[in-house]
Design a protein around this ligand. Structure first.
Ligand code: HMG
Ligand code: MG
Length: 287
């Protein structure tokens, strides 16, 4: 049977958006439980400005506190060289740089233009290359942007090409607002696939409008086999007002299993992790 890999991004993409600061011990407990679920990749942290995303300020402590399971790649976001050095010091296995397909989102998320963000990633790539650390690239707002409206597929393809040329091993396509329809995803992918083959792409679907599984199906039809998801549907993006969390990992895993794909994930552990994530979120809402 064909394999599909789910990259668990809940501890980063999920928790970065919680209103209440989640205690360090809770973050570590969530990652440790996720480590038992069968993931090969977990995005656990983000070395960004604490003034911009206070929820990720304890990222080094999270990485220091988790029980690393052999065979699991623990990664973090790094927007600039400072973030990269901090991530390396925290012994990440991989890092990710993140760009946007619209100028409005780039400004809101990184305080710079798309071109400036790519330039800022160059020293990160050089350092990571020297250290033998793989770098993933993200492109946000691949169909629609809260600030600039509909995003042209050609604009997404241009940023994908730029990240490819920088040396990213994989580019994850962020449908940040979570409102795209499958036809939009297919049109976007048609342009992107001219720049990068499907085995170097990942789908990253937020699920605000409840259509993320349909969008995953559209991407599967076009050959993608890696999808990001957040257990319990945690999160959103602090710089995408109104956007909900990533599609829930446990729903993606069940959907893929029903379609005959192998994910290697343990549904019982995922259910426990989803309950833990939901409890964290509920306590946050009460606070
Ligand atoms: P800036 O204000 O233009 O830059 O922010 P700056 O150089 O003036 O730095 C501002 C302050 O941050 C300074 O501190 C720096 O030292 C500090 P101050 O002098 O004010 O005390 N700083 C840092 N601190 C810790 N780690 C660092 C770092 N860099 C600077 N690495 C900057 C530019 C890139 C720093 C800022 O815009 C930023 O941190 N942005 C991150 C935004 C973010 O994390 N967004 C969420 C993640 S992306 C996402 O969720 C989308 C995704 O899921 C895909 C999708 O769904 O679309 C990936
Ligand atoms: Mg996201």
């Amino acid at each position: 049977m064909a394999r599909v890999d789910i990259v668990e991004v809940g501890p980063r993409d999920g928790l970065q958006n919680e209103a209440r600061l989640i205690p360090l011990a809770d973050k570590i407990a969530l990652v440790d439980l996720l480590s038992q679920a069968g993931f090969t990749r977990i995005e656990v942290a983000s070395f960004v400005s604490p003034g911009w995303v206070p929820q990720m300020a304890d990222s080094a402590a999270v990485l220091a506190g988790i029980a690393r399971r052999p065979g699991v790649c623990y990664s973090a976001l790094t927007p600039n060289l400072r973030g990269y050095h901090d991530a390396r010091a925290a012994r990440v296995d991989a890092v990710a740089v993140f760009a946007a397909a619209s100028e409005g989102f780039s400004k809101a998320n990184l305080n710079c233009t798309i071109a400036e963000s790519i330039d800022r990633f160059r020293p990160v790539m050089a350092a990571a290359h020297a250290d033998g650390i793989p770098v993933r690239g993200y492109v946000s707002v691949v169909t629609d942007c809260h600030f600039d409206g509909p995003v042209a597929a050609a604009a997404v393809a241009r940023v994908v090409a730029a990240l490819r040329d920088l040396g990213c091993v994989e580019v994850s396509l962020g449908e940040t607002l979570g409102r795209a329809r499958p036809a939009q995803v297919a049109a976007m992918l048609a342009a992107v696939l001219d720049e990068l083959p499907p085995d170097r792409l990942a789908g990253h679907f937020h699920d605000t409008a409840g259509g993320a599984l349909d969008n995953i199906d559209a991407a599967l039809d076009m050959g993608l086999r890696v999808f990001d998801a957040a257990v319990g549907g945690l999160g959103g993006c602090p710089y995408a007002p109104g956007a909900a969390g990533n599609v829930a990992t446990e729903r993606v895993a069940a959907h893929l299993a029903a379609r005959g794909f192998v994910t290697g994930l343990d549904a019982a552990v995922l259910a426990r992790a989803a309950a833990m994530a939901t409890a964290m979120r509920t306590r946050g809402a009460d606070a």
